[in-house]
Design a protein around this ligand. Structure first.
Ligand SMILES: [Zn+2]
Length: 97
């Protein structure tokens, strides 16, 4: 009779399988050092030309669709280039610009 696997009766999560694939995988290193983003989370990167095109297209579409949007800043990490968020500036609806 073999030993019962030590992971029996334990919840297996994504971390478990990552560790299985890569024994050196360190649970603590889930966030990028520069911008504290989840490294497993695939995001657009402003260093990538194709991604930048997608970002531009997205912003252009937003500007066309929402006439009260003045500008949109693609906020990205200046070290690794990961896109963190879009920061919108709206026209002041009370004041005519
Ligand atoms: Zn970064």
């Amino acid at each position: 009779m073999g030993k019962i696997n030590k992971y029996a009766n334990k919840p297996l999560d994504k971390d478990y399988f990552k560790k299985k694939e890569n024994p050196n995988w360190d649970k603590g290193k889930k966030l990028t050092e520069c911008c504290k983003q989840d490294i497993d989370h695939e995001v657009l990167n402003v260093k990538n030309e194709h991604d930048w095109e997608l970002i531009e297209n997205y912003i252009q579409k937003q500007l066309m669709e929402y006439s009260n949007t003045k500008s949109i800043t693609p906020v990205a990490c200046t070290v690794c280039g990961r896109l963190i968020e879009y920061s919108c500036v709206l026209y002041d609806s009370k004041r005519r610009v």
